[in-house]
Design a protein around this ligand. Structure first.
Ligand code: ZN
Length: 144
C-alpha cells in the first residue's frame, strides 16, 4: 500500500460541513460527486498533500445513514492508495481480512475501491483505492 489517499468523514448536513471544512482548511471544495450505488453524496477538499472526503447520506438505507445513526458524525474511513487493487484484495483475503466486496467497485473521484471490514482492522473501516485509469467498464461490473 502507498500513502493515505484520503480520510472520509461522515456528516449529517453537507452544506454545513462544507462551510466548516472550507474555513478550517482555508480552501474550497474542488469536487462534489454523488455515488448512487453507495447512497452517498461526496465533497472533496485538498489541504497540502492531504485529501478529505465529506460524506452525506442520500437515502435512509445508505451505509452513511447507518453509521450516523450508530456513531454520529466523525471519521468514517481511512483510504489507502494502492497500485493494483485486485492483487491487494487477494493478499488481504489470503491474510484473513474480511473484505466488504468481492470485486473492486467504482467509488467517487475516479477510483476503484474496496472496503475492509472494521472488525478485521482494529475498528477502522479501511478503503483501498486505485486510480481508475481507463474509463472502460470493469469486468463483471454490475450497473445500477
Ligand atoms: Zn473514501
Amino acid at each position: 500500500m502507498n500513502k493515505i489517499e484520503h480520510i472520509g468523514i461522515a456528516v449529517k448536513d453537507m452544506q454545513a460541513a462544507k462551510n466548516i471544512y472550507e474555513l478550517l482548511l482555508n480552501t474550497v471544495v474542488y469536487k462534489t460527486e454523488e455515488v448512487p450505488s453507495e447512497g452517498v453524496k461526496t465533497a472533496f477538499l485538498q489541504s497540502g498533500p492531504n485529501k478529505i472526503e465529506l460524506l452525506e447520506a442520500t437515502s435512509a438505507d445508505s451505509p452513511i445513514a447507518k453509521f450516523l445513526e450508530k456513531k454520529g458524525e466523525g471519521i468514517h474511513h481511512i483510504a489507502f492508495d494502492v497500485d493494483d487493487i485486485v492483487a491487494e484484495m487477494a493478499r488481504l483475503k489470503e491474510a484473513g481480512f474480511v473484505l466488504l466486496n468481492d470485486k473492486p467497485k467504482r467509488g467517487a473521484d475516479n477510483k476503484l475501491v474496496c472496503f475492509v471490514h472494521p472488525k478485521s482492522a482494529g475498528g477502522v473501516l479501511v478503503e483501498l483505492c486505485q486510480e481508475a485509469r481507463a474509463p472502460q467498464p470493469l469486468k463483471g461490473e454490475q450497473k445500477g
